[in-house]
Structure formats: structure tokens, C-alpha cells
Design a protein around this ligand. Sequence first.
Ligand SMILES: Cc1cc2nc3c(=O)[nH]c(=O)nc-3n(C[C@H](O)[C@H](O)[C@H](O)COP(=O)(O)O)c2cc1C
Length: 355
Amino acid sequence: MVIVASTRPGRLGPAIADWFVQATLPAAAAGGVTLDVADLADMGLPLLDEPEHPSSGIYVHEHTRAWSRRVAAADAFVVVTPEYNYGMPAALKNAFDFLYHEWAWKPVGFVSYGNTSAGTRSVQMTKQVVTTLKMMPIGATVALRIADSTHNGQVLQSAGLDEAGRRMLLELTRVASAMRPLRTAPDSDPTSVSGPVEGLTLTTAQPGDLAELLVLQRCCWVQEALANDTLDLPPLTETLDDLRESMSTWQLWCVRRHGRLVAAVRARARESAWLIGRLMVAPDQAGNGIGSWLLAYAEERAPEETERYELFTGHRSTRNIKLYERAGYALTYADGIPDGSVHLTKQRQSTAGAR
Ligand SMILES: Cc1cc2nc3c(=O)[nH]c(=O)nc-3n(C[C@H](O)[C@H](O)[C@H](O)COP(=O)(O)O)c2cc1C
């Protein structure tokens, strides 16, 4: 992703980005690299207006989600930035601040421009910010003195400059490949847990987990579809965007075993009830206690005012119903509710004495 950092009318930024794209296009095509130019003037990001910390991955605004999707899809960045008052443009800092995990473990190179310093002080400031986001600034750099390298708002032809741009692209590509294993591991620091089997880690779900989670969910609900004789089940039909959307209302936890996603659950409060849902365990891991253990974990996360736990499952999902009954849940609508699911509840044990 080539980020155009300046946003003011009449800016030079797009012409510099255009030079970079033209200069590196053959090398990009040869290396299988696609360049996505993200012009911050087009992204329409206001000053940061998300209520949650970006590390939560909970975004209430569509402009943030659009930016998140775009940045998450990138493997590496080239920031095309001017220097404003010895620093980075505010629009660039703001664009970084909007997101968190989407930036992590990706390399970044800088094409800077300015007057005497050729934008290098802006780059130094930006490096300090990007390392906090777990990005990796690379060594190759391109710094243009506007008076020397541009004329009438265009970058002057220069074989040396084109070569510098090409070298930056190649270095970015190498570092991005080397960093790939870091990006496929869970984004957050996993909490090692002592669960029913060895090798488990438990984390709050991050945007980077969702594609894998969607696959796990579909695998897990195949049995439900067969047992209940219907494919019309939300866990089978929902999309990645739906899943992402659900993170703004549900808390979602992922369990990995030796790095592989094997189970998940979500929960949210509704008045005095703690709703638990989407409890899933990879079919090949079923029967080893992960489901009951994760259910207990979700119950423990309930807020203090919770009086009862509630969940739903298919009325013919006998295996699930048995698991829930073993955990102390009771069916509340014996005949099921119209969509073929059944409702189970469990009163929370009072902990007032303990407090
Ligand atoms: C608000 C502002 C502050 C600037 N501060 C610096 C500076 O500190 N150092 C510098 O070399 N140029 C500075 N300049 C000149 C810019 O390098 C030059 O205007 C450049 O074209 C800005 O990039 P843009 O056209 O993409 O906005 C500044 C320009 C603006 C608009």
C-alpha cells in the first residue's frame, strides 16, 4: 500500500506517489507485487472518532471499517510524506491512530519530500510512531528536495531516483516475506492457559482471527445443519463482514492449540442475563473437554450484575444439549421456539458471600 499522507488542495503528494508507482511498476509486476495507492484525502477519515481503543478491533464507523479492510489487506507500506513544521502531517498520524492490529508485523518504507531537509525530519518522527504499532521501518529510503527533484509539480526524470524507488520496493518485498510468519500468528499476546489438553492459548478475538474463525464456524455448523435438517442457520450463512460487525456487540474469544484455531465462543450482557453463543470446537477436537471448559470460561467473564446465563441451540442438537445440561443448564421451552432452536438457562451461583 502506497499511502499519500498530505491532504491539502494543491498538494504535491499525489505527483510524488505517482512517480513511485511508475518507477517501480516493472519491478512490482516481476515480483508479483500489487500496488494499492491509498490517498488519505480520499479516505475521508475525520479526526479519530472511535469510542474504543483501536486494539479492541471494535469500530462503530464505516469509515474506520473501510480503512481497516484496506490496511489489513496490505503486506507492506510505502509512506509518501511531506514535512510539516519538522514533523509528520497530522492526517498521517490520525490515519495511523485509527487502527492497531492491521499495521502490525508489516514493513514500511518512506518516500519523503520537503525543502532543505527533504522531509527527513518528518520520517524520523513517523518511525517513532510506526514502531509502536509493531511496524518495521526498512533501511532503504527516498528523500526528495523539492527544488532539486521537481518542476511544475512533477518529479523530474532521474534514473538514480527510479533506481532508489526500485530498491525500496525490493527491500520491502523481502522484509514482508520474512515477516509473514509473525502475521499469521495471533496478533495479541496469547494467554497460555491450562485447559483440558496441552498446547492451548486463549485470546480475545482480533480482526486478523476472523477469516479463520469463519471457516471454523462453518465446519462446526455442518453437524448442526445435518442434525436439524436445515442449511438456514446464521453461522453457515454469515459473511466475514457480518462477523466483523458482531464484534461491536459481542465479546469473542478464540482458543488455539499449537497456533491452530480450534475453538471459540462469544458472549454479551442483556439486562441481568449473560448471553453466551457460538460455542464451537473443531470437529477433530470434539470430546476432549474443550467445549465445557470454554463455556465455563465464558461464564466467568460475566459482569457482576449477571443473574443467569442464557444460550440457544438447535432443538435436535442432542450432543450440544447434553453438554449444556451437564454444565447445569435447563431447557426453558420444551417444544422449542419457532425457528427450531431451544433456549437454555442457568442461574448464576451467588458470589455475594465470597465478595
Ligand atoms: C503546514 C506546512 C508546514 C511546512 N513545514 C515544512 C518544514 O518543516 N520543512 C520543510 O522542508 N518544508 C515544509 N513545508 C513545505 C513543504 O515541504 C511543501 O509545501 C510540500 O509541497 C508539502 O507537501 P504537500 O504539497 O504534499 O502538502 C511546509 C508546508 C506546509 C504546508
